[in-house]
Design a protein around this ligand. Structure first.
Ligand code: 5AD
Ligand code: SF4
Length: 469
């Protein structure tokens, strides 16, 4: 996702600003980090731009989770190098920066700065170092360093060094937990984001208060194992309660959870915390216990399904989402059929599915029985049919019903409906497009409104605003 021009960030930049382009790849935590990077550089005179054209600094906030994400980085680098100013500073951060470190510089001579997810608060110093080095070289100091790498793991330090977060609409992400101690055998996250840590709950609440004061109505609490959150005796359920008490916060979501960290208090919260949205992203990854064991998931299909049963008992209308990996080494047709069976049984809403990508340095990359790409593609397509069907069926349930929508912006396709539309999300996180009659669209932004659903698509709802409520 490319971060758009953000006036709120740019307001902090002094006149005569230099141009900054940030591209965040991958997960929502990277999107969160990308915004924080822009806010960090704004007081130093950098204005955020929505393209790399003529940029002074280009930040690539990368993802290392699958090979494709790495490939994209290297193809983008050449493009952005040509588009930016000739003396632009190209910086590679995020998980690929962390995982490959100085190797990124060897592979890409145009890159001047490499940093990781835990060191981006040091960006101003890293950029300064490159600039000083260039000046020194111009003055004849041939060996002055003009490149900088910082891939340390200073736990939690960055959160204490970042400026107050800006709000860019009625919804916001807040990182509450980072890193992972689970070591699933396919995954690079424990190596790139580091060990599991939770931010102090008071800091999280303060950040949510700052966002609410700027008009944010919905926060999504982020963590690689967000339901492993624990600080000073406060669990994720307790944190959701505290965030729910903040004036202005109407909706709370969280992602991504691990089946083994789904405590009874969290399940209970789905029943008792009215601000907690009925949407639960709980990855299963595979439907065969043999594969789950090879993945080191430390749960079984049965324990996963039992957790979901409890969640559904607490909140019967809850939408369950998840992640899947197909084509893990050794996955037989029978194993894959078990994955399809789980997908059928759970009836996911908006689940994510991936073809297994061997990552250097992870145990699964060395396993025998690697699956060929064609088989992986076929299995992915077959799984997606099931996942798409259950999403469409869930959407259909709302046909003719009234849903509560948080209005996020202008919707598209005015030509199709003969009238302009607004867009937002339902309680269950479904995108909703709706016409609004003679209501003032600007006054509806950031409001919770009721929409009567007039028809549904495979992944969204369409309707009309119910006025006067
Ligand atoms: N190959 C494919 N998908 C992966 N994921 C993590 N590592 C890999 C990999 N090596 C998926 C998992 C995880 C999501 C964020 O990415 O499904 O939940
Ligand atoms: Fe990766 Fe597994 Fe940790 Fe999730 S729980 S971040 S998949 S190692």
């Amino acid at each position: 996702m490319v971060i758009r021009i953000i006036d709120a960030v740019n307001e902090q930049a002094p006149a005569g600003a230099k141009k900054l382009f940030v591209k965040s790849y991958g997960c929502q935590m990277n999107v969160y980090d990308g915004f924080r990077m822009a806010e960090l550089l704004a007081p130093l005179g950098y204005t955020l731009a929505d393209s790399a054209d003529g940029a002074d600094v280009v930040l690539l906030n990368t993802c290392h989770i699958r090979e494709k994400a790495d490939d994209k980085l290297f193809s983008d680098l050449g493009r952005f190098r040509r588009a930016a100013k000739e003396d632009a500073i190209l910086a590679v951060g995020g998980c690929t920066g962390q995982a490959l470190g100085a190797k990124v510089m060897e592979a890409a001579p145009s890159v001047s700065v490499v940093f990781g997810p835990q060191t981006y608060h040091r960006l101003p110093a890293l950029i300064e170092k490159v600039q000083q080095g260039r000046i020194a070289r111009a003055q004849g100091h041939k060996n002055a360093p003009i490149r900088a790498v910082d891939v340390d793991f200073p736990e939690l330090e960055k959160f204490d060094r970042l400026p107050t977060p800006g709000a860019y609409g009625p919804t916001a992400f807040v990182t509450i937990q980072e890193g992972c101690d689970k070591f699933c055998t396919y995954c690079v996250v424990p190596y790139t984001r580091g060990a599991e840590i939770s931010r102090p709950w008071q800091h999280v609440v303060a950040e949510c208060e700052q966002l609410a004061a700027q008009g944010v109505r919905e926060v999504t609490l982020l963590g690689q194992n967000v339901n492993a959150y624990e600080n000073d005796g406060i669990t994720l359920a307790g944190l959701c309660e505290k965030v729910g008490e903040i004036d202005g916060i109407a909706r709370i979501r969280f992602t991504t959870s691990h089946p083994n960290n789904t405590g009874d208090d969290l399940i209970e919260a789905f029943a008792t915390n009215p601000k907690l949205m009925p949407y639960f992203h709980l990855p299963v990854q595979a439907g065969s216990n043999r594969i789950l064991q090879a993945m080191n998931r430390n749960h079984t299909v049965e324990s996963y399904l039992a957790t979901l049963e409890k969640v559904r008992a607490a909140r019967p209308d809850i939408a369950i989402s998840g992640d899947f990996i197909v084509g893990f080494p050794g996955e037989t047709e029978e194993d894959f059929a078990a994955t399809l069976a789980v997908a059928h049984q759970v009836q996911y809403v908006g689940a994510f599915s991936f073809a297994y990508s061997p990552r250097p340095g992870t145990p699964a990359a060395e396993l025998p029985g690697q699956i060929d790409e064609i088989t992986k593609k076929e299995r992915l397509a077959a799984l997606n049919v099931v996942l798409d069907d259950s999403l469409a069926a869930f959407c259909k349930k709302f046909d003719g019903h009234t849903v509560e929508v948080l209005v996020e912006g202008h919707g598209g396709r005015a030509e199709k409906f003969g009238q302009p539309q607004l867009r937002g999300r339902s309680l269950h996180n479904l995108p909703v497009n709706f016409t609004f009659g003679d209501a003032d669209p600007l006054s509806l932004m950031g409001q919770l409104v009721n929409v009567r659903v007039t028809h549904t698509t495979a992944k969204a709802l369409n309707g009309v605003l119910i006025q006067g409520l």
